[in-house]
Ligand binder design. Structure first.
Ligand code: HEM
Length: 422
């Protein structure tokens, strides 16, 4: 069993002793190969320098408004459905709704694109992933043969690539018409282009067209399912723990009434970092119990000692975050139960080891989008609680069945009954 101390050593090491696992399959089909998620060494440093500023607090402030607008359109749709149900509660399939919302938000904050463009990119990426994830045996060189399967996959890759290329080229051509400091726009793409394009002489800040395209795909790949799952599991827990649902609704109404809660959500990032507010600590507890990325992998580049074990070169070590998150040794007897108050003083003080919470990993390769995702999740949860009461729908004999399909998902979806909160 990997302990938090060993996980910390693995994730914090900066000497290149542990690298990300080389994965055959999804990533080899042009998904995020040259993006920040999978690069190593100086390449990764260059990507991280270009991408990091896009997640600064002042940039998030602009994005927060877009998150609010996308969520408003989702909750307006829900409200119409509840009204049409003549005051009866209305069943909504949450997993599907949050997948659409997360795609909409990434499309809007990353490319200022409409939800239909976001959906198009997301669907192409998802299908590409599903096709390549199906590969369970490999014939050497088989990926170059013009089989039906390869031809279809290449066609899909081309479609995704061309769509992203046209978005990037359009942006490069419209420089100075975007009204932002850099001239390329205030979304993730504009900020990245601003840094990369303005540093033509500074090679350590330059990204090629292919790298920028892979970075765009990375935002979808790393930020879409993870956030959708966080929201889905949060709704599951809120519908089970009604006292917490009431408590959070009260906190939201007290702070911001029916306003779009952008300022409230930002305040907690800015001033509260570790000391969690009500919604924040509930979300963190949801991440602890239903950690979207259930495990991570690192491969050794040399023979090394890890804890008491000698690990040979080229060995892949699994870090099972989901098990660390429920280990009673660190989280106490109630490790399997919901108790958001344990996170009242922030993640590093929640358990008996400061690194027992690893939903976003830790060290230099920790999630770059964690403030983005927490801001998004707080905005969405607050806007839902302002309007609706939630309870679990039993009409389909709902089965609680968490399943790992790249991220931790409810296998049979999450049907929730919505009624107006006031
Ligand atoms: C609940 C939501 C999220 C969770 C649980 C999550 C979790 C993680 C984890 C565990 C890692 C480390 C991966 C590894 O070391 O192999 C990671 C990395 C990363 N995440 Fe997230 N993530 C979330 C949302 C997002 C969002 C919204 C974005 C972007 C819009 C994002 C972008 C990234 C990127 C670019 C990396 C790679 C960082 C690097 O290697 O330097 N993530 N994330």
């Amino acid at each position: 069993m990997i302990e938090p101390e060993i996980a910390k050593d693995l994730f914090s090491n900066r000497t290149g002793l542990y690298v990300k696992q080389k994965i055959y399959g999804p990533f080899d089909h042009g998904l995020v190969r040259q993006g920040i998620l999978l690069t190593e060494g100086s390449d990764w440093q260059r990507h991280r320098k270009v991408v990091s500023p896009a997640f600064n607090l002042d940039k998030l402030k602009v994005m927060a408004k877009r998150m609010g607008a996308c969520t408003q359109s989702m909750v307006d749709g829900w409200k119409d459905q509840v009204v049409q149900a003549n005051g009866q509660s209305k069943e909504i399939e949450m997993k599907r709704e949050f997948q659409a919302l997360a795609a909409d938000i990434i499309a809007s904050t990353a490319f200022s694109a409409s939800s239909s463009v976001g959906k198009e990119i997301f669907e192409a990426q998802k299908e590409l992933f599903q096709r390549t994830a199906m590969i369970d045996f490999v014939i050497p060189g088989g990926q170059y043969l013009p089989t039906r399967w390869n031809l279809d996959t290449w066609k899909l890759e081309r479609k995704l690539r061309n769509r992203l290329k046209s978005i990037i080229e359009e942006r490069l051509n419209s420089k100075d018409r975007n009204g932002s400091d850099s001239g390329y726009g205030e979304d993730l793409l504009g900020i990245m282009l601003g840094i990369s394009e303005s540093s033509k002489k500074q090679e350590d800040l330059k990204l090629s067209m292919d790298e920028i395209m892979d970075e765009c795909k990375t935002f979808f790949f790393a930020g879409h399912e993870t956030t959708a799952n966080l929201l889905t599991w949060t709704m599951y827990l809120l519908s089970l723990y009604k006292e917490w649902q009431e408590r959070l609704r009260e906190a939201v109404m007290k702070e911001c009434g029916m306003e779009i809660p952008v300022f409230f959500c930002l305040m907690n990032i800015e001033f509260d970092k570790g000391i969690a507010c009500e919604v924040n600590m509930f979300l963190l507890e949801a991440l602890r119990l239903y950690c979207p990325a259930i495990e991570l992998y690192r491969t050794t580049t040399k023979d090394t000692k890890l804890g008491d074990l000698m690990i040979p070169k080229n060995t892949t070590v699994v870090i099972p975050m989901v098990m660390i998150h429920r280990n009673k040794k660190y989280w106490g007897k109630d490790a399997d139960e919901l108790n958001p108050l344990r996170l009242a003083d922030g993640v590093s003080r929640a358990a008996s080891h400061p690194n027992a919470f690893l939903a976003f990993s830790t060290g230099p390769r920790a999630c770059i989008g964690q403030n983005f995702t927490m801001l998004e999740a707080k905005t969405v949860v607050a806007m839902i609680l302002q309007r609706f009461s939630l309870s679990l729908s039993l009409s389909h004999e709902f089965k609680h069945a968490p399943m790992n399909e790249l991220t931790l998902q409810p296998q049979f979806g999450l049907p929730i009954l919505l009624s107006m909160a006031h």
